[in-house]
Design a protein around this ligand. Sequence first.
Ligand SMILES: [Fe+2]
Length: 130
Amino acid sequence: MTSTQAVTKCPEDLFCGVNMVQDEDHMTDLEKKHVPVVCGPSSVKKGECFEVAIEVGKHMAHPNEPGHYIEFIELYADHTYLARIDFTAQTTHPTIKLCLSLDHVHSKLRAFSRCNIHGLWEGHWPIQVV
Ligand SMILES: [Fe+2]
């Protein structure tokens, strides 16, 4: 756990703060089902369009039924808001592709997904904007 998480996250409460994978090499089933997996290029040019894919449940399928589903995915470039997609249970799946073009230097794409039972989760992708 990072020092930032220690201040902003209660480990015993999934609805307190933002949940993250603690050990990439030894993910729990809860982490596998909830972390948004972000995939994109490692380096992009300012102002040029590129594609990013985000999927919740890539490591292990997450339930998708009215009582338990992923409500939304939000995407940020560092702390700059980019997009939000809302989902409905059963009829939509928490997998999206977006075309982006970034005009400023950023170091990370950050995706947040929210499960109605297991709270908010963050995944990220390192990116260099040159
Ligand atoms: Fe869940």
